[in-house]
Design a protein around this ligand. Sequence first.
Ligand code: NCD
Length: 360
Amino acid sequence: MRGLNSILELSVEELDQLIATAKDIIAHPENYWDKCAHKKLATLFFEPSTRTRLSFEAAMLELGGSVLGFSEASSSSASKGESVTDTAKIVSCYADIIAMRHPKEGAPYVAAQAASIPVINAGDGGHNHPTQTLADLLTISRELGRLHDLTIGLCGDLKYGRTVHSLIEAMSRYPGVKFVLISPKELKIPGFVRYNVLEPHHIPYKEVASLEDAIGELDVLYMTRIQRERFDDPWEYERLKDTYVLNTEKMKLAKDAMCVLHPLPRVNEISVKVDADPRAAYFRQALNGKYMRMALILKLLEEAKADPKPVALDSSELEYDRICRNPKCISQVEQELPQLFRCTDKEADIHRCVYCDQRG
Ligand code: NCD
């Protein structure tokens, strides 16, 4: 039995299979109406969400299952001090699968270690968001007909934007993919994406500051919101929040076949006038998220039925003698969690926290 914490846990074959299932669901929804009859999805959302939570719930309902859960930490026992570990154990008594969103990085990973049912990471702090990536992959596949040989521009908050991290991890495994990383210098992609994914796999990428200069060469433009809630300094957010605005003028510089994605919500980084452009795919992308979550729920429940044993933590190369200094890591809040690190680069002597991927 396994869940989904990082998109890297799915092979390219599995990603392609999920996309194929989602396309089959779109073509023949009636074949899936009772696939999850009598199964329950628990949505444990400790952070705000519209699309992710509702599309998970709609996905389970369209598979004939039911949903239970909460949409804010204040209505769960977390507000009384209950740990993520205990919450996961309790919810395992009531549901068959969990989708969890949490502001602390690594929280769904901790839940997965404690739960006896699959746990899906529905967004953990500024770290990962693998099911948004599933929505993104289906969208690119449906809009452009391929996932290989693409120049993908990611624009905005590449530091705290968890959707960006998971999308780079996924797309780096398709041949012929190049990235153009468009951000102010303060919001460049974090080290765990650069040094675990881009550099070791020799993925071509460049970092630029101007959207106008880059837009003409892109097949996909992935816009993101500046993540206000992740900034320690509110003035820094104020200074950076309007760095990029995609408008109809800039769209004139783009290829006819480019598509614009955005995980949403948008604040003002895409002018509403762009919505009428046929290349604006972000509302279709939100719908695709429901189909991919249906495909994922089906896959994980089938796997759990075939092999209900929890996946044991691979303890072979774990290191216990370091301390994570990321204040946003779950191990900083839940003091009873062991500090766990893994060496990710022997030559450069780099060790990363297993919960949040920060260097130790
Ligand atoms: C994203 C998220 O929560 O990370 N939204 C989503 O899940 N569709 C992006 C964001 O909040 O900016």
